[in-house]
Design a protein around this ligand. Structure first.
Ligand code: ADP
Length: 690
């Protein structure tokens, strides 16, 4: 057996024989260190290579009493101390035992057995104490290495033990400073609340609570309110009686913050989902509305096309039907004339419808360009009245018109389009008035209140005492193909496009149009336009209104020499027949080059010039004719454009080469005759307009 593996026992006695005897008695179980001098023994203890479990000392030694040596040894070693003494030293022995300096004593004379028994007990005592101390150390390492505050309290709520984290949470550096004290005695923050919770746990056995409290700032975590989950659990003694409680507080701030962030994120997400759902619903609604609008637009387009087709078919039936009747032959001259008149009427209706549809589509396509010229509104009104007066008189209607004197002599506007609106309203008034009167008034209204700088307005009213319009039909009256009822067209004719065009024209002129009507009593149609005056410019210019519709064809001043430049055979026949019919002389050429030649060599009072022809078009021919050398006695004849192309651009191109007078195809016979009779003669020049 290796000596060092045995537990060490130190023996101090001044008598070597005693040392020998003790060694003999113990050496089987212990490694026995011996010394005859307390001083030497002390020096051995101070060296840290021995750690005896038991120190045995004789009481009676020269220089130092045994109990004094043992008191000394206590400071250097945790060994259990045993005194060997005689009965004479009984007083000192009692004092040593009472002071806790020795574990036991061995009275002399001792037997080896007794010695062995006592030393075994003492060694065991020391080993147990050492193990206990080690356990305590391990426990305190364990507690202090845990970041959670941990504390033990007895049932009176006094601290038994706490770890560093707990002490720090109470603002105390050393956990040992808490031991034996209550929270209230320490003056810790929240002491009363904590003790109440402790008391509740003592009664309940175990509790778990989440609390929030200010934590002192540390290097790792700045001061802020922190969350703790506190577990309190009681511990019991051997009989099962509650002895105290242990508290473990876990910092759950991160978890709480994460939980809060999560619930905020959740709420945000829910809100976003709700918003997105609403967005999607709105988009779906928009899409539905857009689709509905598109469907409605399509439907409206189809309806419009169906109506157009229907409207075209009616007059076409007349044109075709009468032609077939005539072609079949066997018609008397009187009947012949009647059928031709009806056919011409159907043709005119067709043309009117076509013009209206083109007008509308031009406006719809945004291609309507309004002119802005000085015009005499009074003359314009007179011209329109002159046009409708014959049919009004035919029905015995009275006709009144009053244009305020406040209206300047010349105003700015588009004469053609203004006339179109006035004429439409007048024609309707006459058409839908079986008896009574039709009146037109034009007045100047002051600028609307509150609109600084806005112009005065021209208000035109056309009132009649006719059939009137039911209130429920008033709102759609300015829509396309709106006729109050289906019999209207049959009874009165018309396309149902006139008012729709009027509304668009007036709105294009920045104006507005409206109607008031009482069924059976009459209607009052009105429109208002911003009034622009251009006095000087207007004064210098010839009147632009008045296509001379009231000028009778009989105003022709004898036969004239006319050159007709036209490639279309039927137009050649139609125009020449009509002109020759009233005494004019007509030469025909079918292209521009032939026209230049004819004018150069012949003498003409007037030229009707087509635009689109083979070899040379009308524009080039006109330019060349104007370049011809003429003498005062043989001046250049005036040129009148005769064309099916009547767009604004086309007219512009004509004007650029000096062509100012237009007749459009299909040819209006009245206008053709008037133009042939007057253009180029004093007082008649420039009057032909469509
Ligand atoms: P139409 O060519 O059919 O007259 P409009 O657009 O000019 O087309 O008029 C549309 C409809 O409005 C007419 O068919 C008629 O039913 C009604 N209307 C227009 N003016 C009058 C009026 N002065 N009195 C009664 N009804 C009118």
């Amino acid at each position: 057996m290796i000596a060092q593996e045995l537990p060490t026992v130190m023996v101090v006695d001044d008598e070597p024989e005693v040392l020998m005897a003790v060694t003999d008695a113990l050496e089987d179980e212990f490694y026995v260190l011996t010394s005859t001098s307390p001083l030497k023994a002390r020096a051995m203890l101070e060296g840290d290579d021995i750690a005896p479990l038991v120190i045995i000392s004789d009481q009676r030694m020269p220089g130092m009493a045994g109990h004094e040596f043992l008191r000394w040894a206590r400071e250097l070693s945790d060994a259990t101390r045993v005194l060997i003494t005689g009965y004479t030293d009984i007083d000192a022995l009692g004092a040593a035992v009472n002071a806790g300096q020795i574990f036991g004593y061995l009275p002399k004379p001792w037997t080896p057995d007794r010695l062995r028994r006592l030393i075994r007990e003492a060694a065991e005592h020391c080993a147990v104490r050492r193990a206990l101390a080690e356990e305590r150390l391990l426990l305190s390492h364990l507690m202090n290495s845990v970041p959670d505050p941990i504390a033990f309290k007895d049932k009176n709520l006094r601290y038994l033990r706490s770890n560093v984290a707990h002490a720090k949470a109470l603002g105390v550096d050393n956990p040992d400073d808490l031991i034996g004290r209550t929270d209230q005695e320490i003056g810790a923050e929240g002491a009363a609340r904590r003790e109440a919770a402790d008391q509740a746990a003592l009664e309940a056995g175990i509790t778990v609570t989440d609390i929030q409290q200010d934590a002192p700032a540390s290097a790792e975590a700045p001061s802020r309110r922190r969350w703790y989950s506190v577990v309190r659990s009681t511990f019991k003694d051997g009989e099962g009686a509650t002895e105290g409680l242990v508290t473990i507080a876990r910092d759950i701030t991160a978890a709480k913050e994460a939980e809060q962030a999560l619930s905020e994120a959740h709420a945000t997400l829910e809100r976003r989902v709700a918003e997105r759902t609403e967005d999607l619903a709105a988009t779906a609604r928009d899409l539905l509305a857009a689709r509905k609008a598109a469907d409605m637009a399509n439907e409206a387009k189809s309806r419009y096309l169906a109506t157009v087709a229907h409207e075209l078919r009616t007059p076409l039936t007349g044109v075709i039907g009468f032609s077939e009747l005539l072609l079949r032959g066997g018609v008397s001259p009187g009947e012949w004339h009647r059928l031709l008149t009806l056919q011409a009427e159907a043709g005119r209706t067709l043309l009117g419808l076509l013009d209206d549809i083109l007008d509308l589509s031009k406006i719809e396509a945004g291609r309507l360009t309004l002119e802005n010229l000085p015009l005499d509104f009074r003359t314009l009104v007179d011209d329109c009245i002159a046009l409708v007066r014959p049919s009004a008189s035919g029905k015995g209607l009275a006709f009144n018109s009053a244009v305020t004197s406040a209206l300047p002599a010349k105003i700015m506007g588009d004469p053609t389009r203004l006339r179109q609106v006035v004429l439409n309203l007048l024609t309707n008034a006459v058409k839908f008035t079986p008896a009574g009167s039709v009146s037109l008034t034009a007045e100047v209204l002051p600028p609307p209140a509150g609109l600084g700088g806005a112009p005065s307005r021209l208000r035109v009213c056309v009132a009649d005492t006719g059939i009137g319009i039911p209130p429920e039909r008033l709102s759609g009256l300015f829509e396309e193909f709106s006729q109050v009822d289906e019999t209207t067209a049959r009874r009165f004719g018309g396309t149902g496009l006139g008012l729709a065009i009027c509304r668009r024209l007036v709105e294009h002129m920045d104006g507005r149009i409206g109607v008031e009507s009482v069924p059976g009593q009459g209607s009052r149609f009105w429109f208002e336009l911003p009034l622009a005056v251009s006095a000087e410019e207007a004064a210098a210019l010839p009147p632009l209104t008045g296509a001379g519709p009231q000028a009778p064809s009989g105003r022709a001043r004898g036969g004239r020499r006319i050159l007709l430049v036209e490639d279309d055979r039927s137009t050649q026949i139609l125009v020449s027949t009509i002109l020759r019919g009233v005494g004019h002389e007509v030469d025909i050429v079918d292209n521009g080059a032939a026209a230049v030649q004819a004018v150069d060599t012949g003498t003409y009072d007037l030229v009707f010039m087509d635009m689109h022809m083979p070899v040379m078009g009308g524009l080039e021919a006109t330019t060349r004719i104007r370049a011809l050398q003429r003498t005062p006695d043989r001046p250049l004849p005036p040129l009148v454009v005769l064309t099916a192309g009547v767009t604004a651009e086309e007219r512009e191109r004509c004007r650029a080469v000096g062509l100012e007078i237009f007749l459009s195809k299909p040819v209006d016979l009245e206008k053709l005759l008037l133009t042939a009779a007057t253009v180029g003669l004093p007082g008649g020049e420039g009057d032909a307009h469509d």
